[in-house]
Design a binder for this molecule. Structure first.
Ligand code: BGC
Length: 749
């Protein structure tokens, strides 16, 4: 602590402000003790909570109020440095401006141009924590280089509940453990660049249709074991300092004033010490939100400043409706978040970004995250000396690759290769009109056509845009192979009507496949799709939204310079009839709240739903092919000496094929029967890179105390995580629908 002798007003202020400035700068502070003439060194506190308290002791109430709301009024547009949010700093106290920018797939808003990363779902499909860290690092470094110090990314909503969700591409998949761990690395990567990392949208923001009116209905146990668990893993395994509360309601309470979710669960049980920020205009009250756990309103103080509310926070403090201690807590959380992330000590400095290094990472992530869904007869990889003529069809593959829209939209380095109006008819219309307005589809400037030509310099490569199905089929018929690109644009604020590719693209693929038996389909899309033509094509590569170097990565994968190793982080249903809600719930008016019943699937999200309902999806969670083959043999399970504490599973992974490749070996756990859990849950995985013929012994240790509570269920009676007595079964496999029993162990008497 800084020691101060008693001084009158102005002198005290001077000494304290000087000492504070020094302490904040990380210096030791020397202050005369009053009785001794020898200066006594007092180490500056390093603990973010102590540092926050030191500052708060110096702040006036109006300074505190300044920090809890944004400063971009409705008419202002983008803020300083083109940020989506801005909280002016307090220079006299050394508090820097906070500047907020999206997003999950690269730096968004009007900041930029910046590196368009592949979609976060592609990142999750890599099942590679190292890649996930690099993904976040690119975002953090580029935000810092643009002078931004708060990232609005880290979307960990469990869209497996609703695969038509227009934000599927922004998320990390359907499994709370996989999504949580991938997202945690992404957040660490951001925050290690001294940019505050955030997790969003808390919670159950799993459909976009009428997102401000949707009331997610869910029981406590299901909530804890699904969406909330993804947040818990993300936060506990990173040091992310911000959580964005979502637009929707949960069990009748708006998220940004949901006392139970914010105070009891997030700040209580999960121990979150940072600050809760409203989604943009997502606040519904002033005092109720502040009391309910919201710490900062964005993008302006519509409710906190009383513009849209009967009472501002200032009035509420004067009336005693809001305790001063709560305002201090809000400010404490913001300041401690800034200290913990390094925003004070390492201010963002505007500087050039390293576009070529970041593009290389974008390419690497796409190459790790693309998923080979079908490869009949070894159609792929293409042999450049064997293919004489290649037909490239559709999706503007001559100019670029599609990206996802909304606040996650990135303006790529080099600018948009093609900008098209949004495909609104594909989205669910709402009372009062369609959700889809003023949006554009942006193509990142990495054309697959040029990259494929470069891979096969001796082949004749022709492009046709696919608008004329007969012409496309004729070109395919006269070519050695046909590569059809299909795409589907997703964006926030809207959901897809169904799981089909829009327009006439499916008919195009069918016609091309009928004309050429060597038809390869490359998909550029946000999430799960049905594929009516699947049986008639020879290969399918799921490229997701592939980002800044998407064309290059796709060509490398098609020609085998890179062997695909991605695995699906979401289930691809066989039809919408398999979904818990075959029809997306919609409201009856533009204002009425309406229920979205998540008690139907409860915690059985994604593959757990398919397992419990005995449904066969089109492609299962965890599925993905390679140009080589692998075997997983000799699995053995060794429980901890106290089995309720966890276990270790060992097995051998062998590359049984002829080329090098990587396998993601997945470990699932079945909890004792009789407690209502699904047959299995993901509890671990290992991505193993192997040369042909090589074998590696793999050990996966599952610790019951991990943030994902791998052995536990949420007990409502105990109000906590409980390891049930009984028999546990460990499964190992290469996808959720291809596992074998590795062993069992018993907990309890
Ligand atoms: C989105 C958030 C985003 C915010 C700021 C909202 O519409 O839901 O994800 O961070 O806008 O752009």
């Amino acid at each position: 602590m800084i020691q101060l002798r008693k001084l009158p007003g102005a002198a005290l202020n001077f000494v304290f402000t000087f000492a504070l400035a020094m302490a904040l700068a990380g210096c030791n502070v020397y202050v005369q003790s009053g009785t001794s003439s020898t200066p006594q060194p007092t180490p500056a506190p390093t603990d973010p909570d102590q540092r926050a308290d030191l500052l708060i002791a110096q702040m006036t109430q109006s300074e505190m109020l300044q920090l809890v709301s944004g400063n971009l009024p409705l008419t202002a547009g983008a803020g300083p440095r083109n940020a989506a949010g801005w909280v002016p700093g307090i220079p006299g106290l050394g508090i820097p401006d906070l500047l907020y920018a999206d997003g999950p797939a690269g730096v968004g808003d009007q900041v930029g141009p910046t590196t368009a990363l592949p979609s976060p779902l592609a990142n999750a499909a890599s099942w590679d924590l190292g890649e996930a860290y690099k993904f976040g690092k690119v975002i953090g470094q580029e935000e810092a280089a643009y002078g931004i110090n708060v990232n609005l990314g880290g979307n960990v909503n469990l869209i497996g509940r609703e695969p038509r969700d227009g934000r599927t591409f922004e998320t990390a998949g359907e499994d709370p453990y996989l999504a949580g761990e991938i997202n945690a690395q992404h957040l660490l990567g951001v925050q290690d660049q001294y940019v505050i990392a955030g997790v969003k949208h808390y919670a159950f923001n799993d459909q976009e249709t009428a997102r401000t009116q949707a009331n997610a209905v869910i029981d406590e146990r299901s909530a804890r074991e699904s969406d909330l668990l993804a947040f818990e893993v993300s936060l506990n395994d990173s040091n992310a300092q911000m959580v964005m509360c979502a637009y929707n309601l949960v069990n009748g309470a708006y998220n940004c004033q949901n006392d139970h979710l914010l105070n009891d669960v997030l700040k209580g049980d999960m121990g979150f010490k940072g600050f809760v920020l409203s989604d943009w205009y997502g606040t519904e009250s002033s005092v109720a939100s502040a009391v309910g756990g919201l710490d900062q309103e964005q993008p302006y103080g519509y409710y906190f400043d009383g513009l849209w509310a009967p009472e501002s926070l200032q009035q509420a403090l004067a009336n005693g409706d809001l305790p001063v201690s709560r305002l201090k807590d809000m400010v404490h959380r913001i300041l401690r978040g800034m200290y913990a992330a390094g925003v004070f000590d390492h201010p963002a400095k505007v500087s050039p970004i390293n576009a070529s290094a970041d593009a290389a990472i974008a390419q690497e992530i796409e190459e790790q995250g693309a998923v080979l869904l079908k490869n009949a007869g070894g159609q792929l990889p293409l042999n450049p000396s064997a293919v004489r003529t290649i037909a490239i069809i559709g999706s503007h593959a001559d100019v670029g690759v599609l990206s996802g829209g909304g606040s996650a939209q990135v303006t790529p380095i080099g600018g948009s290769a093609l900008t098209l109006p949004a495909a609104c008819p594909a989205y669910i219309p709402l009372p009062g009109g369609a959700a889809c307005t003023n949006a554009s589809q942006i193509y990142d400037p990495s054309p697959p056509l040029a990259a494929i030509k470069a891979m096969a310099p001796n082949a004749t490569v022709n492009f046709i845009d696919g608008t004329d199905t007969a012409a496309a089929a004729a070109l395919a018929a006269s070519s050695t192979v046909a590569i059809v690109f299909e795409n589907d644009w997703e964006s926030e604020g809207m959901d897809r009507v169904d799981l089909s590719f829009p327009s006439t693209q499916d008919a195009l693929v069918a016609a091309v496949a009928a004309a050429n038996p060597h038809t390869i389909v490359v998909l550029e899309n946000g999430g799960a799709h049905v594929m009516p033509w699947l049986a008639n094509v020879s290969a399918v590569l799921e490229a997701w939204y592939p980002g800044q170097k998407g064309g290059t990565a796709i060509a490398n994968l098609l020609f085998g310079s890179v062997n695909p190793s991605g695995k699906l982080p979401i289930t691809f249903p066989a039809s919408v009839s398999q979904l818990p809600r075959p029809v997306i719930p919609i409201p009856s008016s533009t204002t009425a709240a309406f229920n979205v019943d998540y008690t139907i699937e409860g915690f059985d999200v994604g593959y757990k739903w398919y397992e419990t309902q005995n449904l066969t999806p089109l492609f299962a969670f965890g599925y993905g092919l390679s140009y080589t083959t692998f075997s997983i043999t000799n699995p053995q399970v060794t429980p901890d000496s106290s089995p309720s504490k966890g276990f270790r599973v060992t097995f051998n992974v062998t590359n049984t094929g002829t080329v090098a490749g990587a396998e993601v070996a997945q470990v699932y756990l079945g909890l004792p029967s009789g407690i209502g859990e699904p047959p299995m849950r993901l509890v671990g995985w290992s991505k193993v890179v192997l040369q042909p013929g090589a074998q590696q012994a793999v050990a996966v240790t599952v610790n019951a105390a991990a943030s994902s509570h791998p052995l536990s269920y949420w007990s409502t009676s105990a109000n906590g995580w409980v390891v049930a007595p009984g028999d546990y079964t460990v499964f190992v496999g290469d996808s959720s629908d291809n596992v074998k029993t590795a062993g069992t162990f018993h907990v309890g008497p």
